[in-house]
Design a binder for this molecule. Structure first.
Ligand code: AMP
Ligand code: ZN
Length: 470
């Protein structure tokens, strides 16, 4: 069955058909982090969702090109650079590095391309020049360049594709210069912001004088450079629908770079927000968590990833610490079943069971709704546990494991962390090293057998021998 996507653009469930005539290549862009601080767990809900979409498309055999920008220049960043009396690169570099470390902790695949806004100033200026040349952007008296909603609409283009807007209240030519604004302040928005003293050193030369790009144009320029003027999928959190994504469409389609009949983006997917204990996360409420805060409380990236993956992306997700404890327990059930299956399967290798995979992928085909897919996983655990109590063959265990591998390529929960061997066994391992050096191979073999009898085997690694559970 084909994947169906609830497209924010049409508000309809649509079959996913890539633009690629061969139906193979898929371009996916997800707005990346604004690197002004450590990313919080709400941000990571969105990035784990993007990782899930990419992995599921790959599971279905598509060849995905995943792009995620790094917003390393915008209003909030400049404010923080000023407050911290540092330089832009030094400030953003620290949070960018932390962000990639966090993605890895959460087992998110690194996007194929992660362009930085500050390294695309030329492309951004080119795009603004096209908009000015087509008459849909203009330089204002303050030296900044704005997008003209009136002129854009005058060309027969639609502003308000992702949201319904009330143009009655809009005053022609009214401008908004900040990167973030409300739907109510529907107004011409800044593409290029003329340098002001508060910007410090953060400025680049342009045909309109020194300045810096607005946030929205950054994503239009970088996404089209990486994926072409028209691409398949654009993702982000629901807060980005307006103005950010609406403005991205206006800038990208207003530049006239698509072929006739083509759109900037075919499918838009927006993830609902994460709440903590039912409330919007905020530092003042004390319910604000970065990933690092949770790791500091003893939770693992694997547990956090699992928890985030249990909810449908279109629904708000209520994060709680009890939820994380529940995630730990659920993973424990899966891990226990996997350990028993491995023991039973021994060295038997088998293929996955298509009858199990079919309902799993059918559930996800419905707009990435994970609840049905988790139902399949836990039915699988229950059934295997039943069989493991009597009647399971090594071949059946091998098939079950191969099936799990396929499902886990989508959820990417990795495997349970390797248990550390107890100190007395580690001491035996050390003794074995010593007697081997002294060429007492009889004693070395005896130690190996003793370890094996206790359920551990010696594995040679680049870092020397280590103990692994049988
Ligand atoms: P930012 O770094 O603020 O640009 O946000 C990065 C991504 O996180 C964007 O796609 C946002 O829509 C998303 N995001 C921000 N807050 C939340 C939240 N509470 N829950 C889910 N996603 C969020
Ligand atoms: Zn963006």
């Amino acid at each position: 069955m084909a994947l169906q996507i609830l497209n924010t653009l049409s508000r309809q469930l649509e079959p996913f058909i890539p633009l690629d005539p061969a139906g193979k290549n898929v371009g996916l862009y997800c707005c990346g982090p604004t690197v002004h601080d450590f990313a919080h767990i709400g941000n990571f809900r969105t990035f784990i969702f993007a990782d899930l979409v990419r992995r599921y498309l790959e599971f279905k055999g598509f060849n995905v090109q995943h792009v995620m920008n790094i917003t390393d220049v915008e209003d909030k960043i400049i404010k923080r650079v000023r407050e911290n009396k540092t330089t832009l690169r030094e400030f953003t570099g620290k949070f960018e590095t932390a962000f990639f470390e966090d993605l890895q902790t959460l087992n998110c695949l690194r996007p194929h391309q992660t362009p930085r806004a500050t390294e695309h100033i030329t492309e951004i200026i080119d795009l603004i020049e096209k908009l000015v040349a087509r008459g849909v952007a203009y330089k204002a008296a303050d030296g900044s360049v704005y997008f003209s909603i009136e002129k854009y609409r005058g060309c027969g283009c639609q502003y308000g594709q992702l949201v319904n807007l009330n143009f009655e209240e809009m005053r022609v030519g009214e401008r908004v210069s900040s990167d973030e604004y409300e739907k109510e302040s529907l107004a011409d928005f800044a593409l290029w912001k003329a340098r002001v003293p508060e910007d410090g050193d953060v400025a680049w030369p342009s045909p309109w004088g020194e300045g810096r790009p607005g946030w929205h144009i950054e994503c239009s320029a970088m996404s089209m450079k990486a994926l072409g003027a028209s691409f398949d999928l654009h993702l982000g959190g629901e807060d980005l629908i307006f103005p950010h994504h609406e403005d991205e469409i206006a800038q990208s389609e207003g530049a006239g770079v698509q072929q006739p009949g083509e759109r900037f983006v075919k499918y838009w997917m927006h993830g609902a927000h994460l709440l903590v204990e039912g409330k919007k996360m905020s530092k003042s409420l004390g319910n604000f968590f970065t990933l690092r805060d949770l790791l500091g409380k003893g939770f693992t990236g694997r547990e956090i990833r699992y928890l985030m993956l249990t909810s449908y992306y279109r629904e708000q997700f209520n994060f709680t610490i009890e939820g994380l404890q529940g995630a730990r327990a659920a993973l424990g059930r899966i891990d226990e079943c996997l350990a028993k299956l491995r023991e039973m399967a021994g060295t038997v290798a088998a293929d996955a069971d298509p009858e199990m995979l079919e309902p799993f992928s059918k559930a996800l085909d419905h707009d990435m709704n994970v609840s049905g897919a988790w139902g399949v996983v836990f039915d699988w655990v229950r059934e295997n546990n039943r069989l493991l109590n009597g009647g399971m063959t090594p071949e059946a265990a091998g098939t079950a494991l191969a099936t799990w591998e396929k499902m886990n390529a989508v959820f990417a929960l990795g495997s349970a962390p390797e248990a550390e061997a107890p100190p007395e066994l580690l001491a035996l391992l050390e003794e074995r090293q010593a007697v081997r050096k002294a060429k007492d191979f009889k004693r070395a073999d005896a130690i190996r057998d003793e370890l094996k009898a206790k359920g551990w085997i010696i594995e040679d690694t680049a870092k020397g021998p280590r103990l692994k559970r049988l």
